[in-house]
Design a protein around this ligand. Structure first.
Ligand code: DC
Length: 678
């Protein structure tokens, strides 16, 4: 998805169907680092492709690891514990799972093999603490410089070859701010365990223990059998060495699963469940235990290895009180499920929310209040009561993927049993989901249903060559909406008639073909593409001859009738931009914004002329203009659905307007029709 400023979700009424989860972020970045440090080649299957894994891959590439993509697998050839590059600056975005372990590994490698590395990230990364890790590394003999505020990235890690680390004493690390500090040490210290065991002792109560279990599990797969005494003491045996397991499969992300589990619990009420593939009963991720909490709230869940199936059980949901220390990320989803409960939900043990991508306690409380919920928050807890009246809110996402994904669930507000809503939800900066789940909203739209009357439509009608196709496509892209180029349906119908030898004035014959039109649309780098009966017809449909044929078949009432259902089916969440001749007058008469685009015949002929010439197609401006005027006449004077502005259409004469200015005008009109405050 292109990075758009906001995405409006219409009120949603149901969810069902299947979703395949992207790979786990926590597993992906750990596996990448382990494979990058180990000797030999590791083949990684189903790796997550997202912002956070991309910065890790970039770092490994800079450090000299071999990375090769083959189909859906990545082949990582590791360093075998030996630095190849001794000086580098690594930019790690906002990926805690890259910053912390790389800082530890490079500190250890620089201190023993010589090196000079600088690690930095986005501004928020420089507000996320790393001091506890640095405090553990310095007594070991690692030279770590704070390049900004002490205790926060950016960091510089230095050392000279031949240095030795003080590993004879236990290494102490705090475990009560982030478990990633312990994970970082566990991943880095096998690099220096050749001569003796390395012991790590945790100060304070260790939080997020399940993430440590993932670390230990993956270390074991790479040949390091860490001995664990309770959650206080971890020993890396002497002589431990990374060994690639050959192949590693990355399971789906359990935190990402939480949104679909919630969707099932809230909205799978019609019999069919939400089926989730990628994680299940055999998951090694701690967030899988979110499922238990969702069940406690009312979800009906079936599970097996690699899959979950969820439907609505108790309704309304039941509010719960839960210490969510063990599921910090997925617990955010509980705060949004709380909107659909008949009693308050209190989530405790979540102080770590304050040092994540954003201060998640404040962010969640602020945004849930905008929706109408009553929220109380404290240093390490949040309590949510469902709205008494839902408000159409433009919710901030704080460059936090989980805020965006969680808050999308508020769009099911019509289902709320205690106080049903009927409001759209505006998600600001929806592209932030790229951190872990770039296709989240596409997956959401693949599962949900909305009352068509609640799905907004913008119609853009106008004469041939007025630029409405370009305008409609740009508006649809800016809003993240579905696009309907209705002219293409008439063009394809004309083409189908030609293929089958049906005369363009054989009304019944052409209408029959229109009724069974097997037309599919897709996207390519060159723009939209189309396939008729499995054959690509993108170019053919754009030709003048196809337009002329379309103009003839579109005058037949039975043909227009036959294409009606197909056009209505484009009205899907999150919304539709439809261009044609009668979108505002006949097909979507209830559209909340109708635009009628005009431009003088001279301007339109000139545009079409330039378009053809630029494609190397010979053209004559006078005959083009004559053709346009003849088509205008036929389109405006035909008996059915003649081309004319709807009574409530806004006229836009773009004879002297560039495409960008036209798009801005339509978006400004659209903004006036939306219920959100600026
Ligand atoms: O927009 P276009 O040039 O692709 O349209 C081709 C022909 O199809 C045009 O001459 C009129 C007809 N048409 C129509 O009658 N109703 C529509 N909604 C769209 C196109």
């Amino acid at each position: 998805m292109v990075r758009i400023p906001f995405l409006d979700l219409p009120p949603l009424t149901a969810a069902s169907g299947s979703v395949a989860l992207p790979g786990s972020k926590s597993i992906s970045n750990r596996v990448l680092l382990l494979a990058g440090l180990a000797a030999g080649t590791t083949v990684v299957h189903d790796l997550l492709d997202s912002d956070d894994t991309r910065v890790m891959l970039e770092a490994l590439r800079t450090l000299g690891c071999g990375l090769q993509t083959e189909g859906r697998t990545l082949h990582v050839t590791g360093l075998g514990g030996r630095l190849q590059v001794h000086e580098a600056r690594l930019f790690l975005g906002n990926a805690g799972t890259a910053m912390r372990p790389l800082a530890a590994a490079l500190a250890v490698l620089a201190a023993t093999q010589g090196g000079d590395f600088q690690l930095s990230g986005v501004a928020r990364m420089h507000e996320r603490p790393i001091g506890d890790l640095v405090d553990a590394l310095r007594p070991l003999g690692c030279a770590v410089d704070d390049l900004g505020q002490p205790g926060y990235p950016p960091l510089r890690l230095r050392g000279t070859a031949g240095g030795r680390l003080r590993t004879a004493q236990p290494i102490r690390v705090r475990g009560d701010v982030s478990s990633q500090f312990l994970t970082a040490l566990l991943l880095a210290l096998p690099l220096v365990s050749a001569d003796g065991p390395v012991v790590i002792e945790v100060d304070g109560e260790l939080i997020s223990k399940p993430y440590i279990e993932i670390t230990l599990n993956l270390l074991a797969r790479f040949g390091i059998a860490v001995q664990r005494d309770g959650w206080q003491r971890f020993t890396i045996p002497a002589g431990s060495q990374y060994a690639t397991p050959g192949h590693v499969h990355v399971e789906g992300d359990a935190s990402s699963a939480s949104y679909f589990v919630a969707m099932g619990a809230i909205a799978a009420h019609g019999g069919a469940p939400v089926h989730i593939s990628g994680v299940g009963s055999d998951s090694i991720q701690g967030d899988i235990r979110f499922v238990d909490a969702a069940e406690a709230m009312g979800a009906l869940v079936r599970r097996g290895p690699g899959w979950l199936e969820v439907r609505r059980g108790r309704w309304p949901l039941r509010g719960i009180t839960i210490d969510a220390n063990h599921i910090p990320d997925a617990a955010m989803t509980l705060a949004v499920m709380a909107l659909y409960a008949d009693s308050p939900t209190r989530i405790t043990g979540i102080a770590s929310w304050r040092v994540k991508e954003t201060d998640r306690i404040t962010a969640m409380a602020t945004e849930l209040r905008k929706l109408g919920a009553a929220v109380v928050d404290g240093p390490d807890f949040i309590e949510v009561r469902p709205p008494a009246a839902w408000q159409a809110a433009a919710v901030h996402t704080y460059d936090d993927h989980r805020m965006a994904m969680c808050l999308s669930l508020a769009a099911f507000n019509p289902l709320c049993a205690t106080a049903p809503g009927n409001v759209p939800v505006r998600i600001l900066d929806p592209g932030c989901v790229a951190k872990t789940f770039p296709d989240y909203f596409e997956a959401l739209f693949g599962l949900v249903q909305a009352d068509p009357a609640q799905v907004p439509v913008i119609t853009i009608d106008g004469p041939t060559a007025s630029g409405k196709g370009t305008l409609a496509a740009a508006v649809a892209e800016a809003l993240g909406y579905v696009l309907l180029d209705s002219g293409a349906l008439y063009r394809a119908t004309g083409l189908a008639a030609q293929w089958d030898g049906v005369a363009p004035d054989d009304e019944a014959g052409v209408a029959r073909l229109a009724g069974m039109l097997d037309l599919r649309f897709g996207h390519g780098p060159e723009g939209s593409r189309a396939w008729l009966r499995g054959h690509e017809v993108s170019e053919q449909l754009r030709q003048e001859s196809a337009g002329l044929l379309a103009s003839r078949v579109s005058a037949l009432p039975a043909v227009r009738q036959a294409l009606q259902g197909l056009q209505l089916a484009f009205r899907r969440a999150p919304g539709l931009v439809a261009d044609g001749r009668d979108m505002g007058t006949v097909v979507f008469p209830d559209a909340p914004l109708k635009v009628f685009l005009t431009a003088s015949a001279a301007t339109r002929a000139e545009r079409r002329y330039k378009q053809l010439i630029s494609k190397g197609i010979p053209a004559n401006i006078d005959s083009l203009r004559a053709d346009l005027e003849a088509r205008d006449l036929r389109d405006t004077s035909r008996a059915v659905a003649p081309l004319k502005p709807a009574e409530d259409a806004l006229l836009l004469d773009n004879s002297h307007l560039g495409i960008e200015a036209s798009v801005q005008q339509v978006l400004a009109w659209w903004a006036q029709r939306r219920p959100f405050q600026a």
